[in-house]
Design a protein around this ligand. Structure first.
Ligand code: NAD
Ligand code: WQD
Length: 344
């Protein structure tokens, strides 16, 4: 079975992708420095797939360790590179942490494959589009100057990858531009583990519903949208994980579009914050305590993806709807509340 390196594989999206790779007949190998995840996730994955995935703990910014690992694992045929720092707000306060971590890890990995062919899937983000001029946003929409160092790392990383793919010839690369990943595995054994006060909407909703937070603040109700709140393309994390398996398969087959390509990974549907709240209340059967507050600096008003290219050329389409997104997020919050992962 083809061995696929999953960097950041004990993280939110990585752990779900490890499960889907196994289900698709691949052998996932995780490298993670546990800077934003918990080693117990390996046990949780084992409960789902029946085997504990191979795991190596080190920092991908460490050149020697990264090079040694790649040399010791010549049977790795593909890489899915999730490992990065991803908190937008933190990146504004500590940009050098983000430029160091997100670029050094990427470049070290790429440099380890200068001679050998490698299939490489990169975690990008719809944040590269900024506030799109046209909706739904397609992959050919202009990349706009990011409003955060985090978003900048994704834009520049895509440029690094495109130039690398075109210059050397042995890298076959796709960048997946995720919209808003939410939800959790149907077993409620893995899900999003936000550190501290959640910045993202869904974990804040579920933590409010379970009583960890007093109330949710809706950031802005006076936007030029039907109900005044911002609109996003929420996508179930399991659908997102399956998109990575489809990307590996595309690269194994040979991408007719060339050595570097990008795909929107969303549902193609936009939901407002208020619609997301209502969907959660329906799925959980619990009224949510929320209030309206001021707009959040840097928020895009509305963005949702055109997923025609992903459907036609990646052979992937999201299957799970907003109800499953909300019910699975709620089930995970209840699980983690009753079974807190011990901090090592
Ligand atoms: P996450 O923080 O849960 O997972 C990232 C994992 O990478 C963590 O387990 C962390 O310990 C590990 N890591 C970070 N730096 C590392 C390093 N130098 N060496 C080894 N391991 C390292 O984040 P996530 O939500 O699963 O996101 C995964 C990827 O998807 C990230 O690249 C993120 O930027 C991107 N992304 C996430 C979202 C989202 O909303 N979650 C949206 C778009 C893109
Ligand atoms: C969604 C909507 C908020 C919290 C971010 C990053 C993006 C990607 C995904 C990494 C917005 C509103 C939120 C709250 C609220 N991450 N909201 N109250 O901002 O679309 O995207 O996460 O790659 O790069 O930018 O997601 O979940 O933070 O916000 O009203 O307490 O919910 O204003 O409209 P966002 P989000």
């Amino acid at each position: 079975m083809s061995k696929i390196l999953v960097t950041g594989g004990t993280g939110y999206i990585g752990s779900h992708t490890v499960v889907e790779l196994h289900n698709a007949g691949y052998t996932p190998v995780i490298v993670d420095n546990l800077s934003n995840s918990n080693i117990k996730i390996l046990d949780q994955i084992e409960k789902i797939i029946g085997v504990k995935p191979e795991f190596h703990q080190f920092d991908l910014c460490d050149v020697a360790k990264t090079t040694a690992f790649i040399e010791a694992n010549p049977d790795i045929t593909g890489i899915i590179h999730f490992a990065a720092s991803k908190a937008v707000g933190e990146s504004v306060v500590d940009p050098l942490k983000y430029y160091h971590n997100n670029f050094f890890s990427l470049i070290n990995l790429l440099n380890s494959y200068r001679e050998k062919p490698i299939n490489f899937v990169f975690s990008s983000s719809c944040t590269v589009y900024g506030e799109p001029d046209v909706l739904p946003v397609t992959e050919s929409a202009p990349v706009k100057k990011s409003t955060s160092p985090y978003g900048n790392t994704k834009q520049i990383a895509e440029e690094i990858l495109e130039e690398t793919a075109n210059a050397y010839g042995n890298y076959n690369i796709v960048a997946l531009r995720y919209f808003n990943p939410v939800g959790a595995h149907e077993t409620a054994l893995i899900g999003e583990l936000p550190n501290g006060v959640p910045q993202n909407l869904l974990p804040f909703i579920t933590q409010t519903a379970i009583g960890k937070r007093e109330k949710l603040t809706v950031f802005g109700s006076d936007y030029d949208t039907p109900d005044g709140s911002c609109i996003r393309d929420y996508i179930h994390v399991v659908d997102l994980a399956k998109a990575h398996v489809a990307a590996i398969k595309l690269l194994e087959k040979g991408n007719p579009n060339g050595k570097f390509d990008v795909f929107n990974i969303g549902t193609g549907n936009g939901y407002s914050v208020l619609e997301a709240i209502k969907a959660f209340e329906k799925a959980s059967g619990k009224p949510l305590n929320y209030e309206f507050g001021p707009r959040r600096e840097g928020d895009v008003i509305q963005v949702w993806g055109d997923v025609t290219k992903s459907t036609k050329e990646l052979g992937w389409k999201a299957q799970l709807g907003i109800d499953e997104m909300m019910s699975s997020a709620w089930a995970w919050e209840q699980y983690i509340n009753e079974n807190p992962l011990p901090l090592d």
